[in-house]
Design a protein around this ligand. Structure first.
Ligand SMILES: Nc1c(NC[C@H](O)[C@H](O)[C@H](O)CO)[nH]c(=O)[nH]c1=O
Ligand SMILES: CC(=O)[C@@H](O)COP(=O)(O)O
Length: 218
């Protein structure tokens, strides 16, 4: 009986079972005893007939991989939501982000910066910007630095969940570029100091996600 299965891509590293991939690339020399005899057709088709154990996934030329580019940024529009609290730090993060956008040819006229009082306020503004339909991605920048009380936890957790919710609710990528640090030294080290600039890093993520959505997920 000729099996005419569409590309079924499975593989399992399970030592206990024996498998064989037929008519296609098999990443590992394996052999499979089949529960029935069959002759498999199809150029480049990779067939694995499962026998009892669960199989995992193997890529073949049939699998598409979608990713965003760091080039092809013409037409991408970005909103940056920046917390003024700890402005000494957030301004440095913003500078890093804007330098990155410039380096990757994002046009200045395609960037809007919106200032909010603190990181707690970022989420609601990010969601509004996402829902506006004007932007391909929203980059959120803040610096939450621990003080003497547990207020830090409330602000840091709220900022993170706010940005996450903004992206999920608006359908526009909202990137979390908010530092959450135990002290100001940690924050400054991540705003252009010895640990780099997390604003610049978040801008790269914003470009890739904007590109992914623009070119593949619309
Ligand atoms: N302590 C920090 C704050 N606190 C302010 C809050 O973000 C918020 O503005 C206030 O609770 C009113 O809603 N914000 C930061 O961004 N970083 C901090 O370290
Ligand atoms: C993250 C904060 O809210 C924190 O900086 C506030 O400082 P404190 O906990 O000493 O009131």
């Amino acid at each position: 009986m000729a099996l005419n299965l569409k590309t079924t891509i499975h593989h399992s590293p399970l030592a206990s079972s024996s498998r064989q991939f037929i008519n296609g690339f098999s990443p590992k020399p394996t052999s499979m005893s089949f529960s029935r005899s069959s002759s498999l057709k199809g150029f480049g088709t990779q067939i694995a007939i499962e026998r009892k154990e669960r199989l995992s996934f193997v890529q073949t030329e049939a699998v598409r991989h979608l990713t965003g580019f760091l080039t092809k940024n013409e037409g991408l529009r970005f909103a940056l939501v920046v917390a003024r609290f700890n402005e000494l730090v957030t301004k440095l993060l913003l500078e890093g982000a804007l330098e990155t956008f410039k380096k990757y040819s994002v046009k200045e006229e395609n960037i809007d910066v919106v200032w909010v009082p603190g990181s707690f306020e970022i989420g609601v503004v990010a969601q509004q910007l996402g829902k506006s339909g004007k932007y391909t991605a929203v980059l959120c920048i803040g610096a939450v630095v621990r003080g003497d009380t547990t207020h830090y936890d409330a602000v840091a957790n709220s900022a993170a969940s706010g940005v996450l919710s903004a992206g999920v609710n608006s359908g526009v990528p909202c990137i979390f570029g908010v530092l959450t640090c135990d002290n100001m030294d940690q924050a400054l080290n991540r705003a252009g100091g010895k640990s780099g600039n997390k604003g610049a890093e978040a801008a790269l993520t914003a470009i890739e996600m904007a590109s992914l959505f623009e070119h593949h997920l619309k």
